[in-house]
Write a protein that binds this ligand. Structure first.
Ligand code: NDP
Ligand code: OXD
Length: 308
């Protein structure tokens, strides 16, 4: 059995070591040292590869080296090849940590204080207690659920919006397009943790911003293409949106002249909210091998009809 690693080259040694410890019987190869391509049954990739099946005719499972799969053209992948996301609890914990940081930064007016500091102005703002702040999460998946769970003990009024109904202990889950505006209307801070699909592309747009309370904060940790950037810029410039913490952009890195670099109401980070934790990811691969041997369905497979 052979697995080919085609993701971040600087992490390859860590993956090799983790496979060696967990599944020494598995042959680990590292792109571009493919060897006999017919032996490659499992592939770990972050970027799409043209003519995948021509190159690896015996491919069984494509593992996305991350939680998102929007980078792949799902129609290119034959039905017998499974697409699996390498997500685990540690990745969700790291994301929750970032979400807490971003929500607290908006909640405690850190963007204003950065401006004040730059201008040498000592200007305290009124403090709003957490129990008066309404925080909503879009997307109650692996990452959204834990983020919400970790936010709850901080005292915020929390809620969620999801495609299908889900339990949110002590709060409400708004469901589907029909309830989107009702959800938005009660979010002082909105967190996007949706996957990027045709339905969610551009979901953070002028009409979304108009439905939020005036001056609401936005945290985007999903994908850059969830945001219509020119609409966000207008919303920030007019004060419709009070501030944005953006970890993802449509183009990464953005051009030097991109307005978000220097926008006083934007806190920008370079797609670091979370990432794959190698041990957990290797565990998914190995447990899936075991499940395949037992004829059980694989874990973390992507539903191609939904696109996530
Ligand atoms: P999951 O697939 O576990 O969850 C996705 C959630 O979104 C599900 O609850 C799903 O609803 C909901 N959803 C999907 N489409 C819609 C829709 N049209 N309307 C309403 N709800 C919808 O994904 P993860 O939580 O693991 O990851 C989410 C995303 O986070 C990834 O796709 C990736 O883009 C991003 N990410 C960003 C990182 C970063 O560093 N910035 C790191 C890792 C991930 P349902 O329950 O009904 O299926
Ligand atoms: C992911 C990401 O999807 O890092 O894993 O964004």
């Amino acid at each position: 059995m052979c697995i080919l690693y085609m993701a971040e080259p600087s992490s390859a040694a860590e993956w090799r070591q983790a496979f060696l410890e967990r599944a020494p019987e598995l042959q680990f190869r590292e792109w571009p040292e493919v060897g006999d391509a017919r032996e490659v049954q499992y592939l770990i990739a972050w970027k799409p590869m043209p003519q995948l099946m021509e190159q690896f005719p015996n491919l069984k499972v494509l593992y996305s080296a991350g939680a998102g799969v929007d980078q792949f053209d799902l129609s290119d992948l034959p039905d017998h090849v499974s697409l699996v996301r390498l997500v685990d609890g540690a990745m969700a914990e790291i994301m929750a940590e970032y979400v807490i940081f971003a929500v607290l930064a908006l909640h405690r007016d850190i963007l204003d204080y950065q401006i004040s500091q730059r201008d040498r102005v000592w200007a305290p703002l009124p403090i709003i207690p957490a129990y008066e702040r309404r925080v909503g999460v879009m997307g109650l998946g692996n990452l959204g659920q834990l983020a919400l769970e970790r936010l709850q003990p901080l005292g915020f009024q929390i809620s969620a919006w999801n495609r299908s109904p889900k339990e949110v202990p002590g709060s409400r889950c708004f469901v589907g397009v029909d309830q989107l505006h009702a959800f938005l209307g009660q979010c002082d801070i909105l967190i996007n943790l949706l996957p990027l699909t045709p339905e969610t592309t551009g979901i953070l747009n002028a009409s979304t911003f108009a439905a939020l309370p005036e001056g609401a904060g936005i945290v985007n940790v999903g994908r850059g293409a969830h945001v219509v950037e020119k609409d966000l810029l207008t919303a920030l410039d007019t004060g419709r949106v009070g501030g944005a913490v953006l970890d993802v952009l449509d183009q990464e890195p953005p051009q030097p002249e991109h307005p978000f670099w220097r926008h006083p109401r934007v806190l920008l980070t370079p797609h670091i909210a979370s990432n794959v934790q190698v041990k957990g990811a290797v565990d998914v691969v190995v447990r899936n091998l075991d499940r395949a041997c037992k004829g059980l369905p694989l874990m973390n497979t992507v539903d191609r009809s939904k696109g996530y």
